[in-house]
Design a protein around this ligand. Structure first.
Ligand SMILES: [Fe+2]
Length: 245
């Protein structure tokens, strides 16, 4: 059995909350995913259901009720696991008109939004979206920045997003999983240049896309330093929870 890591890692991006998007479909799967995360050494999960025209547009009311239900059952089975509610927002300028207010978009009730785009998005669109989100009074986190064609083509544009005040998240699997070499090249470039703020699982299930961070933690600690791994998978996630970004 894999030894849990000493640091109580926090996963800020996953689809563990059941029945609200293309992640876990039932409560049992949510609990199995939490078990996998717990076994991996994760002690905090910010659940981020999709707000996406094809992957999940559940009402905020439903999301809240499933969250309360899961929290209740999970706290009995995993008393040292902390669950928080966030959202992964597929960004369009009119997204606020589609949801029930700003609360439905925020991370942990704070003015922070995890935003994603289509894979063929243009850099100029990402930049104008970052500005839009900031205009709404929210701090943007760009989800899995290594997965867009434009960042694969030109890794250095991520620095421009960062300079605008956006925070940058990469997927653990794109560093240590079985993925295209080009995505690995992007995440390694970003890590080397200190351009990453969060590493998260983006887990969707118990098989192919699982909630695991410890391999990425070990890899980053060894290659880029223990402090960086600690920041990306514990200290920075805590800043979301404590509203200190
Ligand atoms: Fe996601």
């Amino acid at each position: 059995m894999k030894k849990n890591y000493d640091v109580p890692m926090i996963d800020i991006h996953n689809h563990i909350l059941f029945g609200v998007d293309d992640g876990a479909q039932d409560l049992r799967t949510s609990l199995e995913m939490i078990d996998i995360a717990h076994e991996d050494g994760i002690r905090g999960l910010i659940l981020t259901p999709h707000c996406h025209p094809h992957r999940g547009m559940s009402s905020y009311e439903k999301i809240l009720s499933h969250f309360e239900e899961l929290k209740k059952v999970a706290s009995a089975q995993f008393p040292d696991m902390n669950l928080y509610l966030g959202r992964e927002v597929y960004f369009r300028s009119d997204v606020l008109e589609e949801v029930e207010g700003m609360d439905a978009l925020q991370m942990c009730g704070n003015k922070i939004a995890l935003i994603e785009f289509s894979s063929n998005v243009q850099p100029s669109y990402i930049k104008s979206s970052i500005a839009d989100v900031q205009m709404q009074g929210l701090i943007p986190i760009v989800a899995h920045v290594e997965r867009y064609a434009c960042t694969i083509e030109d890794k250095s544009i991520v620095e421009e997003f960062s300079d605008m005040g956006a925070f940058i998240q990469i997927n653990a699997d794109d560093l240590v999983g079985n993925v295209k070499h080009e995505m690995k090249k992007v995440v390694k470039y970003l890590l080397k240049n200190d351009l990453v703020d969060f590493v998260a699982s983006d887990a969707h299930d118990t098989e192919r896309r699982r909630p695991l961070l410890s391999d990425a933690y070990r890899y980053i600690a060894k290659k880029y330093g223990e402090d960086y791994a600690y920041d990306l998978m514990y200290a920075n996630p805590m800043r979301i929870i404590e509203d200190k970004l």
